[in-house]
Write a protein that binds this ligand. Sequence first.
Ligand code: SF4
Ligand code: FE
Length: 486
Amino acid sequence: MKLKNGAEYIESLRKVHPRIYYKGKRIEDVTRHPATAPHVRAAAMTYALANQAKYKDLATATSHLTGHTISRFTHIHQNIEDLIKKIKLLRVLGQKTGTCFQRCVGFDGINAAYSVTYEIDQKYKTDYHERFKRWLIGIQDENKMVVGAMTDPKGDRSKTPAQQSDPDQFVHVVERRPDGVVIRGAKLHMTGSVNSHEILVMPTTALDAQSKAYAIVCAIPIDAPGITLIFGRQAGDDRRDQLERIDVGKPRFGAVGGEAVIAFEDVFVPNEKIFMDGETEFAGLLVYRFAAHHRANYGACKTGLMDVLTGAVSYLSQIQGASQGSHVKDKVTEMIHLSETLYSSSIACSAEGKPTPSGAYLVDTMLANVCKHNVTRFHFEVARLAVDIAGGFIATLPSEYDLESEEVGHLVQKYFSGVADIPVKERIKIGRLIEAMTGGTAMVESMHGAGSPQAQRIMILREGRLDEKIKLAKALAGIPGKKRKK
Ligand code: SF4
Ligand code: FE
């Protein structure tokens, strides 16, 4: 692994020069800019854990392509153990960062593309899989961070990609050259994109035969000509201008994944980096597998966040003298119960994983969808309970400037204290942490990341084997007869 630790990862980002804008201005160095630096540090944790004896087994793997020790985030799952280790790793990283550490999107894209390119080649005798493996070996050996770029803007949602009045609403091929293709379009909500080294472009939806130009999977360096990133605003991001102040809540790490728009304005992709080009019938399969892997994650990374929240409100209760209240204990119990329930479904969909024809393992897709769907409820319920226990002060706290003010500091000190011997600053810090983890932009990812709830409901019904369930009911009720039309 070329990039051996978090410091080397951060240093490597200073050597690439993507075109990134935030609040109308160019960001020259994502590792130092207050808007992006916290996300860089969160992603750096995925590199750091590989060096810690306690987590090495989770954070690294042996490449089935080279036999080299690699970051698990670049590994192709070879068995159920790999799937489960990933889940355990994500929970630890959620606990250590309290936020999205971003690297799983590329990880899941790599695994989905690996298995699908194999199947395209089987059908069409193409060589996408070999190309993909060559690219992947480079990613593994260099230990690069890859952003999985899937979500297109979509324009008029009632129309397919080929029917859009603006064809750029979905990334597509606009020009063919002997040595490659030129693509145009954009990807939205791209977690971790500003601090990735490479982009893995994938289609966002199943495609009809008319949408051949949209069936493109390819890899592009983040600073390739024609690529522009526009970093999103987050609630409270102005507070980051004073990174060291306790008002930030979680000064080392960001509130969510650090999402950006990636615009592709006529970007050239050489043939060797193209892994699907026109095989429309495989686009849906790729999205399906990517989504399943990513939905499996959410019961792990978000459980890590819920662990932090549970710890935060428990400590706050202690330093406010409320921890022995039966209602507090009951709510904390419920928070733990919900967290472990979510984690169970992440483990379950991994334990039920199966090999794809390429040999790469895929999680159980039904259980993965159930897992993510539960995150859209349980994480919110855990956050609701945290806010309930914490009390209104997390929304009305004066700033650190007031705490330190010669005129009013003594008032903040006096009236925001808790039990004796606990510095008031500690109570404020933990309150700010809860605020940062429950409000503003923080929770949106749990609703819409890895697909909005309706996307999971569609899959749950589609894979729910209703016919079999009807048969079971009829057999027990003693109802003979044929299958009815729906
Ligand atoms: Fe990874 Fe979770 Fe962030 Fe998705 S939301 S990239 S699974 S940490
Ligand atoms: Fe996400």
